[in-house]
Design a protein around this ligand. Structure first.
Ligand SMILES: [Zn+2]
Length: 106
């Protein structure tokens, strides 16, 4: 998976709550991209659809679902719901094989 730079936070101290490790500083995590983007099926031959998936992103003002990885901790991937204006985190939920074990959504 391609590494993506974390959203610019300036002097804001953002803390994420890993479903496994608990609350941690955002610097322990790696931003992995937009969780709302849907990859087109591999048998979809439209280069435009794949181009849109890879390069076209909205710049939402308000709550946004993002993929993060706890790279300096348990390495779990999670979906973080973050307000892009205030950086307030309203939800962190696991994705992948830990989802069911930790009671998250699919
Ligand atoms: Zn963790």
């Amino acid at each position: 998976m391609k590494r993506v730079a974390a959203p610019h936070l300036g002097t804001i101290k953002m803390r994420l709550t890993c479903p496994f490790c608990g609350e941690r500083d955002h610097q322990e995590f790696t931003y992995r991209g937009d969780a709302s983007a849907t990859r087109p099926p591999m048998d979809n031959g439209s280069i435009e659809d794949h181009n849109t998936y890879v390069f076209d992103r909205t710049n939402p003002d308000g709550e946004h679902r993002e993929l993060w990885n706890h790279t300096s901790g348990c390495r779990m991937h999670m979906v973080v719901t973050r307000n892009t204006t205030t950086h307030k985190i309203s939800n962190c939920e696991p994705v992948g094989p830990w989802t069911k074990a930790l009671g998250g959504k699919s």
